[in-house]
Design a protein around this ligand. Structure first.
Ligand code: FAD
Length: 512
């Protein structure tokens, strides 16, 4: 054992020495230059600076086609997780106000929502985060440059300012963390002139009014969800299926709930054109893929949520030998985040095959900095990354969708425990709980390792985060049975799961 440890230590030291030879402090302006000051880039640059390295981070926001722009912090802070969750909260409060009457609150009707008040509060919070990030960079001695970066060669970066002024920097190591931006359709006349995307919705000063959201990704569903929740007439246009890549039974529950919540769906349709009428309204023409018929509707706002493109086109990567995946335009990376050029790395959304989530970008960035500038050899573990979709009925999951588990292990090798439950808080409020559901996808062998956990219900993110720890520890169905519940919660229904899908028995939880 001692000999094994000694060998491991020697190997660690050797690896550290190898990475140190790449630092070459003194030869370059910086030990590390990070291009992109979002979730991954900021985490990585601060970590490297704390390890005593000379670090610069370039961050630059190209305004959206509508002209929306924002400050330091990337997608999550400005046009993603943060404003989205706050607007989701605004919508949840609308439901809470309705529930409140049943709980004894006298709330004079009608209750109405004011977009400018919400938007201003959310935007002020985002600006405070922009400021906080600048202060943190300064405190940690990371040089922040508001420049658009591209590569000249494997150690040289060109930064261009808003006014076109050029700055040249050299660095021992370069990390690409430029994230993604929303796509517009290329074949729909009027799409760009008259449409917005998630890069704009959170920064609107006035209510978007009656809105058509095109797409069925989590971004589409979440935005349509909070728009409905604050009382706007909202329609989602779906070409094929909702929440591709997620468990499709759960996706069905999420959209069924939204349907009863008031979001309209036009399934199996694609938009053909968007025109502005004399009244100022937008007329959208679409095709029903089933019947081939054309149909029309008018809206105040059309929001495209049809996917995102990796921000790699202007980095000059291919010229200097950084290999990109053709289909996605993302950087092809190894387990250690390195690209095909040894001193250039990619983290976060632009790295091929990585989950496009903020905590993933942050953790990958921190671990990479430690591997580059300390004796650490710890790699990012991309398995069993938990996530939550913040739709009106939240959906949290960790591990495999049921259909993926079936594919990987075979239908006969898995056991699915499930339950339809009624959150206690829904009972007094007389809210429908038909879509509140839990399933644990387990292997049938031994103690039945859990390979997928899915939850629709209140606070799904909080519930799923806790169980995600269990996943990292190799949780089994046996562990669920051995766990004592916290009563009365929704999360305790997870550890009470006892009906298998295979049995065909009614999975509705009764009693408390
Ligand atoms: C609407 C929406 C909601 C989301 N909700 C969640 C959520 O709830 N939870 C979650 O975990 N994730 C969520 N995400 C995803 C999350 O925002 C991203 O996974 C995360 O921000 C990726 O971080 P990153 O560091 O890769 O890139 P980003 O955070 O996008 O940062 C990239 C930065 O680089 C800048 N940049 C680009 N090119 C250059 C250049 N050439 N030079 C200089 N700077 C450049 C960009 O302007 C940006 O500031 C959401 C995304 C969206 C769109």
């Amino acid at each position: 054992m001692a000999a094994f440890c000694k060998g491991r230590c020697r190997l660690k030291r050797l690896l550290f020495q190898q990475t140190q030879t790449r630092n070459l402090t003194g030869k370059f302006d910086y030990d590390l230059v990070v291009i992109g000051g979002g979730s991954g880039g900021l985490a990585c640059s601060k970590e490297a600076a704390q390890l005593g390295k000379k670090v610069a981070v370039l961050d630059y926001v190209d305004p959206s086609p509508k002209g929306t722009k924002w400050g330091l912090g990337g997608t999550c802070v400005n046009v993603g997780c943060i404003p989205k969750k706050l607007m989701h909260q605004s919508a949840l409060l609308g439901t809470a106000v309705k529930d409140a009457r049943k709980y004894g609150w006298n709330i004079p009707a009608p209750v109405s929502h004011d977009w400018p008040t919400m938007a201003e509060a959310v935007q002020n919070h985002v600006r405070s985060l922009n400021w906080g990030h600048r202060v943190q960079l300064q405190d940690k001695k990371v040089k922040y440059l508001n420049l658009k970066g591209s590569l000249v060669d494997e150690h040289t970066i060109r930064g261009v300012s808003k006014t076109g002024k050029e700055t040249i920097l050299t660095a021992g190591n370069i990390i690409l963390a430029t994230g993604m931006r929303p796509k517009y359709p290329s074949n729909v006349p009027g799409a760009v002139e008259h449409g917005i995307t998630s890069d704009d919705i959170f920064w609107l000063k006035e209510s978007p009014g009656k809105t058509l959201v095109v797409g069925a990704s989590y971004v589409a569903l979440e935005c349509a969800g909070f728009l409905t929740g604050i009382g706007l007439d909202t329609t989602i246009m779906v070409r094929s299926i909702a929440l591709r890549g997620f468990d499709q039974q759960m996706a069905g529950l999420v959209t069924d709930y939204m349907d009863t919540y008031g979001t309209k769906f036009t399934w199996k349709c694609i938009p053909k054109k968007v025109e502005k009428l004399a009244s100022g309204a937008l007329q959208v023409t679409w095709e029903d893929l089933g019947s081939g018929r054309e149909d029309r509707g008018t809206f105040d706002t059309v929001m495209w949520a049809i996917g995102r493109t990796a921000e790699t086109k202007t980095l000059n990567l291919e010229k200097i030998g950084v290999a990109l995946k053709k289909e996605s335009g993302k950087v092809i990376v190894g387990d250690n985040e390195s690209s095909s050029v040894p001193n250039i790395f990619a983290i976060g959304d632009i790295a091929e095959g990585r989950p496009e989530l903020t905590p993933v970008a942050i953790k990958a960035g921190k671990l990479l900095a430690r591997r580059l500038f300390s004796p650490s050899t710890e790699l990012m573990n991309y398995d069993n990354v938990p996530t939550t979709v913040f739709t009106p009925l939240e959906y949290g999951c960790v591990g495999l969708p049921e259909e993926e588990a079936e594919k990987r292990y075979g239908k006969d090798a898995i056991e699915v425990y499930h339950a339809f439950f009624k959150p206690l808080e829904f009972s007094v409020a007389e809210r429908d709980s038909s879509q509140c559901y839990i399933k644990a996808v387990c292997l049938r062998e031994g103690d039945q390792p859990i390979v997928g956990l899915h939850f629709t219900g209140p606070n799904a993110g909080e519930v799923t985060q806790g169980f995600a720890l269990g996943f990292q520890c190799g949780a089994t169905y046996r562990h669920l049975l051995d766990t004592v519940g916290i009563h009365p919660t929704c999360a305790e229904e997870v550890i009470k799961l006892n009906i298998t899908k295979r049995s065909g028995l009614d999975a509705t939880v009764t009693g408390c």
